[in-house]
Write a protein that binds this ligand. Structure first.
Ligand code: ADA
Length: 567
């Protein structure tokens, strides 16, 4: 399953899900003398699922054939390869991509009918070349972890659609921009037509030069549509079809699924469709003991069902862009999403890695462009707990927030900070967000600390801005029960900590959101130093364990999350 809805009727799309040939390259795993890969590996999947490669970090080659029925141009679409990919088609290098969590594609202009070889060299090792995937409090799996597909495209096709809804004098309108690519050598005249709900859309004839991409914009009113909201997540299919000028025969099509909603931050609060909301939910890593980071649809559903059952109305994609199908589910369920770029806890020294800024800016662009149309995403964020307390770090925060604002002016921006009164970047964001762990990393009272945090925000550039408690919680080792002493690490203590945090935050009107750290326990990098504090090489602050078995804290959450708004 590539998306939770059909994206094409004209363009032929084939999933490349299945068993690919697999061969680790280097490391202490012998390579076959005949050069023929020795193993088979499911795609999508993490190679850590294989009994021989549970801890393998390094390079590996995936290989399969692709049957092409007729002469065509192909677009290879990769939703996520962890963490660096080099793609070869019949031995020719056609794509390079860094970052496990954002999609990329490769277009091959002239492919004759017949059998072709597709090979992907994947690398999940840590090195100077990788500024974002570093030893960390989550695990960098290896493999082609998200879906891959091959699309038959003509010389002219639609790369993407950006849908921006707004309310104008009580009627929903939308700006729709279609990015059309011409991989031919000649200039072509094209026309776009489309429909959404019962409205027919049409753009004027446009010329596109050979090798160019053209953004074709149209604006339309939709008087009869219903808003997307948490309680009524109304979705519509936006179908665009591309024609050569004067022809009735469609050349290409692209179907997006959209929702009409607005997000604002007025008077210290966050609004969806003008209504104040308080975000109550979880930080969720894409991590599971059986599938690693490569989630099948039903396990995504299971996570969302557990979060909604606990009363959550929001989820933070800590600390990277998520699988598009998970976001599709959030669109359908009315779950509000804080999506963020890929970074966790990078020091200024790490931010000075010569690859850091480019890798972040690539991630930001790919995240916003590929996930732009999800109504559930109401906040973009960057650089969790990085060096926003330094002037050099501030320059990078400023540049990235401006980049994202330039890509999308319709959503508020934030970043999660743990720098307290040393924070230098609150003035750059629309929402101020704090990662604080009262009662776990210190014995401060959650209420007093959040009052103090509001003070820091007001003094440091966050005055009048909504405030989110973006992380709080504590370890709770599944099965470690201690009803008498309730020592740190027991389920009882974790429940107590989360309960006291929620009790404080739900009583404070100046808090517009709270995300428990974290939804599920997750595997972390086996390391030294602070990582040694992760018993069992996992972060055990989930309110469910890695197998999604609820801990005592799971029930603690319910009365606070299910509390009616505004109480
Ligand atoms: C930080 C970080 C999280 C996690 C958490 C913890 O706030 O943002 O990713 O590492 O600490 O468990 O201590």
């Amino acid at each position: 399953m590539l998306r939770l809805f059909n994206t094409h009727n004209v363009r032929k799309v084939e999933s490349l899900e299945g068993e690919w040939e697999f061969q680790p390259l280097g490391g202490n795993i012998p390579e076959p003398a005949d050069g023929h890969p020795r193993y088979k590996m499911p795609v999508p999947g993490c190679w850590e699922m294989h009994p021989r490669f549970g801890t393998y970090q390094g390079k590996a080659a995936y290989r399969r054939t692709v049957e092409v029925a007729k002469d065509t141009a192909l677009r290879l679409s990769f939703q996520g390869v962890s963490h660096t990919a080099d793609v070869y088609f019949n031995g020719n290098h056609v794509a390079h991509h860094y970052n496990a969590y954002t999609p990329f594609s490769a277009v091959i202009a002239h492919v004759p009918a017949g059998r072709h070889e597709l090979a992907v060299e994947v690398d999940n090792s840590f090195s100077e070349a990788s500024a974002l995937h570093v030893p960390n409090d989550y695990y960098t799996y290896g493999g082609i972890i998200r879906p891959v597909s091959v699309e038959y495209v003509s010389e002219l096709f639609m790369e993407r659609i950006a849908f921006t809804p707004r309310m104008a004098k009580g009627v929903w309108e939308a700006d729709i921009t279609v990015y059309v690519r011409n991989i031919g050598t000649e200039t072509s005249s094209i026309q776009l037509r489309g429909q959404l709900a019962d409205e027919q859309l049409a753009a004027d004839v446009v010329q596109i030069g050979g090798g160019q991409v053209k953004a074709i914009a149209l604006t339309h009113s939709f008087p009869d549509v219903h808003a997307w909201s948490q309680t009524n997540p109304q979705l519509y299919l936006l179908e665009m079809t591309l024609y050569a000028e004067g022809s009735a025969e469609p050349v290409d099509d692209l179907i997006e699924r959209v929702g009409f909603r607005t997000v604002t931050t007025l008077n210290n609060r966050i609004q969806v469709n003008g209504e104040d909301v308080v975000l109550k939910g979880f930080n969720r890593h894409e991590d599971h003991p059986i599938v690693g980071a490569s989630f099948p649809y039903q396990l995504m559903v299971h996570d969302i069902d557990l979060m909604v059952e606990a009363g959550a109305n929001a989820v933070r994609t800590s600390h990277y862009p998520n699988d598009e199908r998970f976001l599709d589910l959030c669109d359908e369920r009315g779950l509000l999403v804080w999506e963020e770029n890929h970074a966790r806890g990078l020091s200024l020294e790490q931010m000075k890695n010569p690859n850091f800024e480019r890798q972040c800016e690539d991630c930001n662009r790919e995240m916003v462009e590929s996930h732009y149309n999800h109504p559930s995403i109401i906040i973009w964020a960057i650089l969790n707990e990085c060096a926003s307390d330094t002037h050099e770090g501030r320059a990078m925060y400023k540049k990235q927030l401006e980049q994202i604002r330039g890509l999308d002016g319709s959503r508020p921006l934030t970043f999660a900070s743990h720098h307290r009164e040393r924070e230098l970047c609150f003035d750059l964001a629309d929402i101020v967000s704090f990662n604080l762990y009262p009662l776990w990393y210190g014995d401060e009272d959650p209420g007093e600390l959040s009052d103090q945090a509001r003070g820091w925000a007001d003094e440091l550039g966050g005055l009048g801005k909504p405030m989110i408690m973006s992380e709080f919680g504590g370890d709770g080792h599944y099965g470690l029960r201690d009803p008498l002493n309730r020592v740190k690490g027991s389920e009882e203590r974790q429940a107590d900590i989360i309960g006291r945090n929620l009790d404080a935050y739900t009583k404070r009107p100046f808090i517009s959101g709270m995300f428990i750290w974290q939804f599920c326990d997750c595997r972390v990098t086996e390391g030294t130093g602070w990582l040694l504090a992760r018993a069992g090489t996992q972060n055990s602050k989930g309110i469910v364990d890695r197998y999604r078995r609820p801990k005592l804290a799971y029930d603690t959450v319910k009365p606070y999350f299910r509390q009616p708004e505004g109480k």
